[in-house]
Structures are given as C-alpha cells and as structure tokens.
Ligand binder design. Sequence first.
Ligand code: CA
Length: 226
Amino acid sequence: MGLKVLLIEDQRDLAESVWDFLERRGHVVDHALDGAQGLRMAREGDFDVIVLDLGLPRMDGLDVCARLRAEGRDVPVLMLTARDTLDDRLTGFGRGADDYLVKPFAMLELEARVRNLHRRHRGSEVLQCADLVLDARSGEATRAGRLLLLSALQSRLLETLLRASPAVVDSARLAERVWGEEAPGIDALHSLVRALRAVIDRPFDQPLIRTVHGIGYRLGADSAAD
Ligand code: CA
C-alpha cells in the first residue's frame, strides 16, 4: 500500500520528478521547498518517511533532522546528498538520518529505500505462498527473490488472495476488497487477474493463481482443486 512521504527538497525540477514518480507508484507526497517549512510540516503531519535534502535554504537537512530527533520524533529519514563524502555520511547518521542516497539516483532506487526504511521502522507483515512473498505493510512483493512491480490494484488483489490462501475467494468479494463499494463489473476483475498473472505467474515455471470456475480465484502451489 502507498506511503505518506514528506519531501523536503529545494531543487524544483528534482522535487517534481520525485513527487510525480512516487505518486504514480501509489504514494501520497507533501513537499517543502526549504528546511524551516519542512520542519514545520514534519511536526504537523503524520508521515511514514521523510526524504530530506542535505543542502537546503533557511535550515539545512542535518539541522532539520537533528531538531526532529531532539523532539523525540522517530519518523524514518532518507537523506539526499550531492556530496558523496564519508564525512557527510557520518555527520548525517550522527544527527539521526536512517539512510542516505547520493544524487543523481534512480527513482526506483529511491522508492526501494523509502519502502525499506518504512518496513524497518514499522516491522513487517509478511504474507507468503510458495516462493511468492508480499510485505503487507510496505507493499513490496517478490517472487523467487525477484522484485515484482505491481500497481496499487494488483497489490490489493494479491494481498486478498494471499490472506485467504489456500482457500478460494469468490469473485464478488474479491472485487469488493480491491475496489470497495463502487466495484466495477466482473470483466474488470477478470482483466485485473490477467494483469496480475502476467507479473507474478507468467515469468515463472509454476503458476500460483488458480481459477475456480463459477466461484472465483485462489492462490496455491498445488493444482488439486482446479
Ligand atoms: Ca539542495
């Protein structure tokens, strides 16, 4: 599921790219352009992770981080830095940053670090079927150790099937868990299942999503009930 992220970054174009990317990946992002505004927002909002630039106007990233820790706030902080020196890293960690990323970075790498910090902070809730693993708190899914890129809807569908596995979940209930009250028709569910299969089953030898005709779907490594 998506995380609530506070992004404190004064470089507008970079901030926009990070914001766009994270929101497209299902996260909710608030943005501050300087350290003082960032600190204020961090105090007021309930964020899962803070992505904090080191060099900021009005109050630099290290001071923002130090203030938050001094106030007893333990929200995970990912520090962004253009200065890849050991000194900066040590100073950053000394002031309470949990991880750092050197610019320029890949957006997927940023997201993986953010999810990882969140998981470490909250503890994980791991759901598993054969070699397929979903961390229900961070939303990260892997199969045979390979990271699976799932949309928010696919992730909800997978979580529902994993929680019920090996039992079958009927189609109406599945649709309701994925879309809520305003669930679209059964065709939408079928095409979402097809899309999920393309990610979690097709690249692997053993299919896990089973169609139970006239009822719904289930997740299992065995094919006995098909
Ligand atoms: Ca900066």
